[in-house]
Every structure is written in structure tokens, then in C-alpha cells.
Design a protein around this ligand. Structure first.
Ligand code: C2E
Ligand code: CA
Ligand code: CA
Length: 790
């Protein structure tokens, strides 16, 4: 018998009709045989009755040989039929066979009614054919050996069973009988079938020789065969399952995406759990007799459910099936997880973590690609650098800075097309690669839309922040390499910055020369620092009432051998950009130590020494070391550290701790250029500041009605806070007098002394004071004038 277990659920009516027809024909035949036998001479021997029982038992232990088209199921009951045919009249044999098979089918539990009916029909019909073949051979070829007739009958039974069952399968699958039948796979089952049948022949021989009870001996080979058949079937099924699992395991690493994984698993599961359908669900479904489910968890959370349904009730799922399904599910889960990890990693490798834009590596790749594949339509690139981003970071902190970068990225995204590449190159630098140029998509237009997009202020973390951008445009040209283009865009961007920022400039060859100069300047600056060619000028700070010299401020100087003196306003930011800020401080402290000694000697008393520090320098641990050493070596010299407001605006613990550590050495912190920056008094409370230096622009405006109350207010406020006030940039006596009258203690400016090399200052310092008589005279006249006014 070939088992019809491969039947699927949705069936066309044609094959149902066929199955019912087979049953009907079988039932009719069985009924006829039984009826005839019963009316004739129903002689029932004990062995014959026992055979019916044997049919039932044996039918539960078939040999299942998995085949591609379906399972070949070989029932050993055929030996019982052989026995019956030999010891009984044909109609009796067929009748008992029919009873046995019907009972066997009814007792076989998990099986659909349709399948049972079909199986009853086919076994009875084939049994009929068997009896017929045997009887005809006996009658018409009397010389033929009984055994040969039986063998013929067996073959007829087997072939009929195979053909009819396969026909039923083919009808159901909508295939032709020819394609469903695999004759190659038939030989071995047929051989086993015939061999088993001979056991029935042996039993009949024993019955004829009146060896009644010795027939029981046959139970030994029958039992052995049944047990062996069960083990072989199990082993075959296990091997099929294992092969499926093994294939799945070897294929799993190649499953590309989620869809592929699902598809592959459905295929593999079909191989592992033959005659079943597999599906995926996103919600759990209850398992059942014909259904197993297994959850696939990714990242510890249920992701999908794998559901396997038996297409037909061959036998339900057993524990081995369930663990195989769990194994498949585990494989899917690990593959999904690995895929996800890979996706994440490749995303990280290609994207900027903060903004989600492409990163520098991807930009470089695309640019290379664009240059090599679009020779006729040269791409263009835009290099965008935010203006004043560092100040935002300093003022609002890095967290706000990051949030602003994200917001900027979002606005930039809107300015480009999907075919363009927008990348963050690092820090506050962005770049756009424009590939499909033409029409209204030209680089200048894109640059303008970028400038426009950033012109509206941002609201980031409840702060309204204005940020602008300088854009350098490098149009592609024949023969330019990726690095040429990047350099050109960078050069154009620098030109945009130099021309006042918040604008776009298109690269021109002449800019290259300027750029070269800038690079050259950086090189030379590096060398100047290495060779300690940066010197320090010294400018005195005087007491505005007495003219007494209180101290000096050190101001860096660089004399370029061709360009002449280059101001610290220009080169200090360059030094910082080059990451050499600390080398400069080292040299400032060396100069400060010399000045401390020489000035004290000249003045006969220690003078204060002031050193300028950028925000980065002020918070560097190296600077704390230098300050500590200097304080240790010259404790009598008051040391002033001038920091800008920008330093104080980064109100984080690191800055606060750094400044407090500096103050703890006994050095005094001065806020430089007070008034030009954010002029917030609030932060003065929070930091250990001792001195306020009013910016020269402020000081020089103090005669104007508008500025005057402001300067007065700042001085008064500083005094109430116990801060010393230094007025910078005093160039004339009237300013000196006015500022002093406003209550300012100290002054600094060209009026008293220009910043000069130390040696030139020693003469003035040795006198100890600056003549303030003119200021005093002015001040008196002002008081007199004030008194005359109504
Ligand atoms: P600053 O700290 O405000 O220094 C005072 C600046 O005002 C100096 O400019 C000085 O030459 C100038 N000045 C002094 N008196 C007068 C005056 O009466 N009228 C006018 N118009 N200007 C006067 P300088 O030397 O060009 O320095 C510019 C800035 O560079 C400094 O401003 C300081 O912020 C920075 N700087 C100078 N040396 C160093 C240094 O060693 N390290 C750091 N980090 N920054 C420095
Ligand atoms: Ca200063
Ligand atoms: Ca200043």
C-alpha cells in the first residue's frame, strides 16, 4: 500500500470523488465475497480467525520508506492474505481480509475519514485482485508451482495498490499519473513485499501438515519483522529529519535578509517535516494535534512564530518533530540576530552616529565612484563649515552643540535630492556630492538653498540659536581627482570665511595660491614654535590714582621673516587649530619666569605677571602643572591668568573644577575683554574670578553718553563684588581721568606704555611709577566743570 498521507488540505472535488469511488468499489466487492462465503459454507478454523487479528496488529506496523513523491508504506498483512487464500475458499479469504482491514482502519486512530475509507477500498480491491490472480493462475496453469502463482498475485496486489494510490495523489496534486509515479523507487519495497508474503506460505504449509501448534513458531519471525520494520521506519524518518536540519544549518549563514530567511525556513521545514505546510505568523497560535508551533525570539523578544501543520493525518507530531522544529526556530533566531547585528555594524561603519548622515568614508567612496563612472558629467561638491559653532559649544555645552548639529543635518537633508550624497565629514563640517547636475539643479543654487535653510534661527533644548554656514563649491572638471576636488572645495570654503562668512564661494584657481600661503604659514608657525621664535611683549598695568606700576601682561609676538610682525589675533587661533596651544603656553610660562625675576630686580619689589589663556588652554591639566610650579618657585610674584568670557560660559563640572584648581594655587583669575562677549554678570558668582578687565572698545567709548552709564555700572558692580577692575586700551589722559573717576583702580594702554620686549621695559619699571599728573589735572578740571553746571 502506498500511503496517501501527502494529501493537502484544500482539495478539488475530483480526487474526493475518486477516493469515494475506490471505497465504494472495495466495499461492494468485500460485501459480495463475505455474503457468498456466509451463504455457502462458513467454515472458520481457529488459525483463520486468528489471522484476522494478525491483520489488525500487522497493519499498525508498516514499513515506511520515504520517497520524493510520497511515503511508500509497505504493510506486512499481505502474509496473512497469502495464508487465508491457501487455507480457505477464495470468497472466504477475501471476506475475512475485508473484515480485518476494515477493523484495522477503524482502529488506527489519528487519521481522517477520507483517508480511512480510501484505504479500506484500496486494500479490499487489491485483495480481490490478489485472489483473482491466484485463482486464475491455479485454474488455467495447473502445472505452475503454487509459489509462483502466489508471487504473481503479490505483484498484482502491489502494482495495483501503487498505481491507484499514486493516482489519488496525482489527482489531488493536479499532476499526471506519469509524473507522480517513480518506478525507480519501487524495486526494493516490492522485493520486501514478496519476501514477507512467503511467511504466509510457510504458515499454510504448517497448517496442511497438521502441525497446528508449531505454527505459533512463526510468530517469532513475524514479531521480529514488525519490530525491525518499526525501527527502520523510525531510522529513515530520523535520517530525513537530520538531513533537513543539517542542510538548514549549512545554508543558514547564506540567508541574506528576513524575507530570504522566512522562505528558506519554509522550504527546509517542508523537507524536515514531510507532508506538512509551514507558515509564519506575527502573533502566537495555539498548537494542536496536527499543529506544532515554535517561537523565534530576537533580542530576547518574540519576533515570529513558526507554525507547521500536518497536511494530512499520517500520524501526529512526536517529540522528535517538536525538538526539530525548536532547532529550526533557534537557527532562524540566531541567523536573524546575526543579520541584524551585521546590518547595524555596516550601518555604523557607513553612517555618522550623531546625525545619521553618510560619513566621510562613504562620501569618499561615492566621490571616487562618481569620478570614474560619470566621466562626461563631472560631479560637483559643496563643502560646508558652520560659522561660530565652537562658540555655541563653549557657550551652551556639548550636548546642545550635538543637538544643533542634528537639527542642521535635518535642514540640509531638505536641500538635496535623493541622488545626491550628503555627509558629515566630522565636527561642524558637512559635504554634498552632486551627481546629476543640470536644469535647476546646479551647485550654486543648492548652496543658496543651504544658506537659506540655515538663516532661520534654531530652537534647540529651549535655546534660540543662530548658526550660519560658509560653503565652498568645487565644480568637477576633466582630470581632477577626488582629493583635488576636496581640496578645491576646502579652499573655496576658506575664501567664503575670509570674505565674511555666511556665504558661498565657487573655487577659482587663484584661490589655490592663497591656500598655499595659508598652509605655508601654518608650516612656518609650527617651525617658529619648535624653535621658540615666538617672543613675548610686556605691557605694564598701572594704578590709575598713583601711577604706580602694579604688573605686566605678556602678549605673544611672531615676527615672520618676510611678512613682518603677525598679530596674536591671527596666529593664536591658528596655533590652536593646529593643536599646538599647549606648546605656546609652555613658552609663555618660560617668558613669565624670566620676567618675574628681572622685573622684581628692576623694581625692587615683585610685580604681578599676567598670562593669557584660551578656553582650551585654561582647562588643560598641563597648564595647572605650569601654574603650580610657577607658584612654587615664585610664591611672592602675584600670578594673573587672563581667561575670556567664553571659558566661563561652558558651565560644566570639568571647567569649574579646572578653574577652581587654578585658583587654589593662589593664582588670580581675570576675565579678559569683559563687555565684548556675552557680558553676563551671572557667571562671575559661580567661578573664582578676582579681576575684571574691561575691553578697550568699551573703555574708548566711555566719553559717549550712551556707553558711559554702562561702563560706570560695570565698575560699580565689580567693586561691590570685591573684584579689581582693569581698564584696557587707555590711549589718552582724558580717558584715564574719566575711568579713574568712575572708580576703576587699574589701567593699561599705549598711554602708559606699549607692549615692548622685556629689556625695553626695565628702565620704566625701575622708576616704579608712571607720571599721572596730567590725569590728575584733567580730573580736577572736570570736577570744577561739573560744579559749574546747573
Ligand atoms: P588682550 O588680552 O585683550 O590684549 C590686549 C591687546 O590690546 C593687545 O593686543 C595689546 O597690544 C592691545 N593694546 C594694549 N593697549 C592698547 C591701546 O591703548 N590701544 C589699542 N588699540 N590696543 C592696545 P595684541 O598684542 O595684538 O593681542 C591681541 C590678543 O591676542 C590679546 O588680547 C589676547 O587675547 C591674545 N593673545 C596675545 N598673547 C597671547 C598669548 O600668549 N596667549 C593667548 N592665549 N592669547 C594671547
Ligand atoms: Ca589679555
Ligand atoms: Ca583684553
Amino acid at each position: 500500500m502506498v500511503d496517501a498521507t501527502a494529501k493537502r488540505r484544500r482539495r478539488p472535488t475530483r480526487d474526493v470523488a475518486f477516493d469515494l469511488f475506490v471505497f465504494g468499489a472495495g466495499a461492494l466487492l468485500g460485501y459480495a465475497a463475505l455474503a457468498r462465503w456466509l451463504t455457502d459454507s462458513p467454515m472458520l478454523s481457529v488459525p483463520a480467525a486468528a489471522t484476522v487479528l494478525l491483520v489488525i496488529v500487522m497493519s499498525q506496523y508498516p514499513l515506511t520508506l520515504p520517497q520524493r513523491a510520497g511515503d511508500a508504506v509497505i504493510g506486512f498483512e499481505i502474509s496473512a492474505l497469502v495464508f487465508l487464500v491457501l487455507v480457505m475458499p477464495p470468497d472466504g479469504a477475501l471476506g475475512l481480509w475485508c473484515v480485518g482491514q476494515t477493523l484495522a482502519q477503524l482502529l488506527e486512530r489519528p487519521r481522517s475519514w477520507r483517508s480511512r475509507l480510501f484505504n479500506i477500498g484500496i486494500t479490499v480491491l487489491c485483495g480481490g485482485l490478489f485472489v483473482l490472480t491466484y485463482s486464475v493462475a491455479e485454474r488455467y496453469a495447473p502445472g505452475m508451482h503454487e509459489l509462483v502463482a502466489l508471487a504473481l498475485a503479490c505483484v498484482a496486489f502491489f502494482v495495483a495498490d501503487l498505481v491507484v494510490t499514486t493516482l489519488s495523489l496525482a489527482l489531488e496534486a493536479g499532476e499526471s499519473l506519469g509524473s507522480a509515479l517513480v518506478w525507480r523507487a519501487v524495486a526494493l519495497p516490492l522485493l520486501i513485499f514478496v519476501a514477507v508474503a512467503t511467511l504466509g506460505y510457510l504458515a499454510a504449509l504448517l497448517q496442511r501438515s497438521q502441525a497446528g501448534w508449531s505454527m505459533l513458531l512463526l510468530l517469532v519471525p513475524v514479531g521480529t519483522i514488525l519490530v525491525a520494520a518499526r525501527s527502520i521506519s523510525d531510522a529513515r524518518l530520523t535520517s530525513v529529519r537530520l538531513r533537513g536540519l543539517f542542510e538548514a544549518a549549512t545554508e543558514a549563514p547564506g540567508w541574506a535578509d528576513e524575507q530570504h530567511i522566512e522562505q528558506a525556513l519554509v522550504e527546509q521545514s517542508h523537507r524536515v517535516f514531510r507532508h506538512s505546510t509551514t507558515s509564519w505568523t506575527t502573533t502566537p497560535v495555539p498548537p494542536g494535534k496536527d499543529r506544532m508551533t515554535s517561537v523565534i525570539s530576537v533580542d530576547g523578544r518574540p519576533h515570529r512564530w513558526l507554525v507547521v501543520d500536518r497536511a494530512s493525518t499520517h500520524h501526529g507530531f512526536d517529540d522528535a518533530d517538536r525538538s526539530a522544529l525548536d532547532m529550526l526556530a533557534a537557527m532562524a533566531a540566531s541567523t536573524l540576530e546575526r543579520r541584524r547585528l551585521l546590518d547595524e555594524m555596516s550601518h555604523l561603519a557607513r553612517h555618522d552616529v550623531l546625525t545619521g548622515l553618510d560619513n566621510r568614508a562613504v562620501f569618499a567612496d561615492r566621490l571616487e565612484h562618481a569620478l570614474s563612472y560619470r566621466r562626461h558629467h563631472a560631479p560637483a561638491i559643496l563643502y560646508c563649515d558652520l560659522d561660530g559653532f565652537k562658540a555655541v559649544n563653549d557657550r551652551f555645552g556639548h550636548q546642545t552643540g550635538d543637538a544643533l548639529l542634528k537639527a542642521v543635518a535635518e535642514r540640509l537633508r531638505v536641500c538635496v535630492r535623493p541622488s545626491d550624497t550628503l555627509a558629515r565629514l566630522g565636527g561642524d563640517e558637512f559635504a554634498v556630492l552632486l551627481e546629476e547636475l543640470g536644469g535647476d539643479h546646479d551647485p550654486l543654487r543648492v548652496a543658496r538653498s543651504i544658506l537659506d535653510a540655515l538663516s532661520t534661527p534654531f530652537t534647540v533644548e529651549a535655546q534660540v540659536i543662530r548658526i550660519q554656514v560658509s560653503v565652498g563649491i568645487a565644480p568637477g572638471q576633466q582630470g581632477l581627482s577626488a582629493s583635488d576636488l576636496m581640496r578645491n572645495a576646502d579652499t573655496a570654503m576658506y575664501r567664503a570665511k575670509a570674505l565674511g562668512k555666511d556665504r558661498a564661494e565657487v573655487f577659482e584657481a587663484s584661490m589655490q595660491a592663497d591656500n598655499m600661503r595659508r598652509i605655508q604659514l601654518q608650516d612656518e608657525l609650527r617651525r617658529a614654535l619648535e624653535r621658540s621664535e615666538i617672543t613675548f611683549a610686556h605691557q605694564v598695568i598701572v594704578d590709575l590714582s598713583t601711577g604706580r606700576i602694579e604688573g605686566v601682561e605678556l602678549l605673544a609676538r611672531w615676527h615672520h621673516r618676510e611678512l613682518g610682525p603677525i598679530g596674536p589675533d591671527v596666529f593664536v587661533p591658528l596655533v590652536e587649530q593646529m593643536g599646538l596651544g599647549l606648546a605656546l603656553v609652555d613658552q609663555a610660562f618660560t617668558a613669565a619666569r624670566t620676567a618675574a625675576v628681572e622685573l622684581a630686580r628692576a623694581a625692587g619689589r615683585p610685580l604681578s605677571i599676567a598670562i593669557n589663556l584660551t578656553p582650551d588652554q585654561a582647562t588643560a591639566p598641563r597648564v595647572l602643572e605650569l601654574v603650580t610650579t610657577m607658584r612654587g618657585d615664585h610664591p611672592e610674584v602675584p600670578l594673573v591668568l587672563e581667561i575670556t568670557e567664553g571659558t566661563l560660559l561652558v558651565d560644566d563640572t570639568r571647567t569649574r573644577e579646572a578653574l577652581e584648581a587654578l585658583a587654589a594655587t593662589g593664582a588670580r583669575l581675570a576675565v579678559d575683554d569683559f563687555g565684548v562677549g556675552y557680558s553676563s554678570i551671572g557667571y562671575l558668582h559661580r567661578f573664582p574670578v578676582r579681576i575684571l578687565k574691561i575691553d578697550k572698545s568699551f573703555v574708548q567709548d566711555c566719553h559717549e553718553l550712551r556707553a558711559r552709564p554702562l561702563v560706570e555700572g560695570v565698575i560699580a558692580m565689580a567693586r561691590t563684588m570685591g573684584l579689581s577692575v582693569v581698564a584696557e586700551g587707555i590711549e589718552d589722559w582724558s580717558t584715564a581721568a574719566l575711568i579713574r573717576d568712575m572708580g576703576c583702580d587699574l589701567g593699561q594702554g599705549f598711554l602708559f606704555a606699549r607692549p615692548v620686549p622685556l629689556a625695553e621695559l626695565l628702565g620704566l619699571v625701575s622708576t616704579g611709577t608712571v607720571d599721572m599728573s596730567q590725569a590728575a589735572a584733567l580730573s580736577r578740571s572736570r570736577v570744577a566743570r561739573a560744579a559749574l553746571m546747573p
